[in-house]
Design a protein around this ligand. Structure first.
Ligand SMILES: [Zn+2]
Ligand SMILES: [Zn+2]
Length: 337
């Protein structure tokens, strides 16, 4: 079987088994979870019990602060039972992601999303120091774009992707060209490597003044149910940060809202003609769209040609289209036509 995630089950209390199973997605098949339909507000649970969602999650790096969970400068509000939220970035170097979900008994399951790495060969879990491997080496692997089939799934599906663009705060260098670049990235989610089109039809809802619900630190600040992409004068090493909210509906993790912030602390370009230390807007958006639609990271060191590696190199335009693994992950989730 190809694309098996190299996920080692951790010993853990039964209470989190269902959500942990849902988080651990193997070859695109999400484990069944109980249907939870409660829409209770996310009140701060007393005596929150944190549970590691996988064996790579170090709870020692995670802390509860009132109604929030904090990790590496990221803050996410603890969701209601049966719901969850992921903050996932594309960075200038290294991993920057966390997923927090809440099980029916109130346990809070945390994955610090060191990436689940997929691949056709089963091997030991890579050292995470390897993930810090310079993104600049990624281009050397470009030849593998259409042969490396590795992907990792978060386990959710976005039933219909209608998105909006909030132009507030757009950097002057890309103010005029950003809408077309964002559209191009979103459109390129359906095709890769000469394969059949993925059954996805994102639609652009137009410009909006609705806020991008991602804070300056890349934290997730709420969900108005509208999928907005826009700009934020961010802190931290993230280029793009996506907050995706999900809920278990009829046994399936379903996205209820996903917002992406682009960090104006960094320079972006849409045409690479005279790039100096800037990042390709289209590549960043494609990666963040991957998170919204259900892709998690794959290892930078092992799968450098994939769009879903955690980091992007400056001045690179090599990730404007999906790699085979990125495509396979979306095809497994949405099907093809
Ligand atoms: Zn990412
Ligand atoms: Zn790993």
């Amino acid at each position: 079987m190809r694309n098996l995630l190299n996920f080692r089950p951790a010993s853990a209390p039964t209470a989190f088994a269902a959500i942990a199973a849902a988080a651990a997605v193997v070859a695109g098949i999400a484990a069944p979870v109980a249907s939870i339909t409660t829409a209770a507000p996310a009140a701060a649970p007393a005596g929150v019990k944190l549970v590691a969602g996988d064996n790579e999650t170090a709870l020692s790096a995670v802390r509860v602060d009132g109604a929030d969970v904090k990790f590496q400068g990221l803050t996410v509000r603890i969701p209601a039972a049966g719901e969850g939220v992921q903050a996932a970035a594309e960075s200038t170097s290294g991993e920057l992601s966390i997923t927090v979900s809440r099980s029916a008994d109130g346990s809070v399951v945390v994955k610090t999303d060191k990436h689940e790495h997929a691949g056709s060969t089963a091997g030991p879990v890579e050292q995470h120091s390897a993930q810090a491997a310079a993104a600049s080496t990624a281009r050397a692997a470009a030849a593998k774009t259409c042969t490396d089939s590795a992907y990792a799934l978060s386990g959710w599906k976005l039933p219909s992707f209608k998105w909006y663009y909030n132009p507030a705060g757009a950097p002057a260098a890309v103010r005029a060209s950003a809408p077309a670049a964002i559209s191009a990235a979103t459109t390129s989610l359906t095709r890769a490597c000469g394969q059949k089109a993925i059954k996805l039809a994102p639609s652009y809802g137009g410009a909006t003044t609705a806020g991008v619900q991602v804070g300056a630190a890349g934290n997730c600040t709420g969900n108005d149910g509208r999928n907005v992409i826009g700009w934020r004068a961010g802190s931290g090493r993230w280029l793009g940060m996506t907050c995706t909210y999900f809920k278990t509906i009829n046994g399936r993790k379903t996205v209820t809202g996903t917002d992406t912030a682009l960090n104006t602390q960094y320079k972006f370009f849409t045409s690479a003609k005279s790039c100096s230390g800037a990042y390709d807007l289209q590549s960043v958006v494609l990666h963040e769209r991957g998170h919204s639609l259900g892709l998690n990271h794959v290892s930078q060191a092992s799968h450098a040609s994939a769009v879903m590696t955690p980091a992007l190199a400056p001045c690179s335009v090599g990730k404007r289209s999906l790699g085979l693994g990125d495509y396979r992950g979306l095809a497994a989730t949405y099907g093809t036509r």
